[in-house]
Design a protein. Structure first.
Length: 319
């Protein structure tokens, strides 16, 4: 039998019921709305967020990690790098991820549900991180720490203002202290894994590697995240991947308990017995009609016997 390549958490198992776009779209919009609302509600105290940001800087200094400063200086002095980086940060996070979800749904449907569950589970744990550990991004720290807010510096080139990637005038609708973990990096990693696993061309393989790596560089160069934020984003995605099979099985059990769930739709009236065998009207076991008429292979019905007698003999033999 041909082998199917699988990965723990995103195994290629066919869903119990075919997913429909008119049920998936409201689900994704609902989850994203809850995520956005949760970010707003998890703003926390600004002083605590600044303290957490400085703590991360101290840890990175202790570990001799300092990728943010050189990248931020490079993007500050080189507009041909800084402006595209701002566009990257402000847009691709919200365009590439849903585009890959749609591509999976249309072209790799057997993998869609597990990949979607992985993304949503990881996002939920990222929201927990925003709530428990509000963190000031590098660009909002005091200038004495050496960071420049290039989102504000190059805001005239795009639609964003001086408040993160939100459109001008809507900065109050975003949580600027949701830096830990970096879901920009986490979602980019999800996109990369999905493209690498299910893309069939060299271009998709290159994009699978380049997109998360470039996103990591962008979030640090724009001073929106620390390096450890990116590491935390990867860790959250790994934890979500580990939990995906359990979340999927739990969702299946809940659906079976609901009156309109998967369990209630396969009760009486189903003609499927097992493994592709089907019964016709009036049959209780597959091929029962053939045994009644004596037309099945190896039939031993006597000449002149009625179909009823043959059927009763077959039933008796079966008993």
């Amino acid at each position: 039998m041909p082998k199917t390549e699988t990965t723990p958490g995103i195994e290629a198992a066919a869903p119990r019921a075919r997913l429909r776009w008119w049920t998936e779209l409201p689900l994704i919009l609902l989850v994203y709305s809850c995520y956005s609302a949760g970010r707003l509600l998890a703003r926390g105290n600004t002083a605590d967020a600044v303290d957490h940001g400085l703590d991360i800087l101290r840890i990175e200094k202790f570990l001799h990690l300092n990728a943010e400063h050189p990248l931020n200086r490079l993007f500050t002095h080189e507009a041909w790098l800084g402006v595209p980086a701002d566009f990257w940060y402000a847009s691709l996070h919200y365009l590439v991820t849903p585009a890959i979800l749609v591509w999976l749904f249309r072209s790799r449907a057997v993998h869609y549900r597990a990949a979607r569950t992985w993304l949503m589970t990881s996002t939920f744990f990222g929201l927990i991180g925003f709530t428990l550990l509000p963190t000031c991004p590098p660009r909002l720290l005091d200038a004495s720490h050496g960071f420049v807010d290039i989102m504000a510096q190059y805001s005239s080139f795009g639609w964003w203002g001086g408040e993160a990637s939100a459109p001008r005038g809507l900065g109050g609708m975003t949580n600027q202290y949701a830096a830990m973990p970096s879901l920009h990096v986490g979602w980019a990693l999800w996109c990369g894994v999905v493209l690498w696993r299910y893309g069939r061309t060299r271009t998709t393989r290159v994009a699978a590697v380049a997109y998360p790596l470039l996103t990591t560089i962008v979030v640090m160069g724009t001073a929106n995240h620390y390096f450890l934020d990116a590491v935390a984003g990867v860790a959250v995605m790994g934890f979500g991947l580990f939990l995906t099979p359990y979340v999927t099985r739990g969702a299946d059990r809940i659906r079976e308990l609901l009156p309109f769930g998967a369990g209630g739709s396969q009760v009486a009236g189903s003609s499927i017995v097992s493994g592709g065998c089907q019964t016709s009207a009036g049959e209780r076991i597959p091929r029962q009609r053939e045994s009644r008429t004596g037309s099945g292979p190896g039939s031993t019905a006597e000449p002149g016997a009625s179909p009823t007698d043959a059927g009763e003999g077959a039933a008796a033999a079966a008993r």
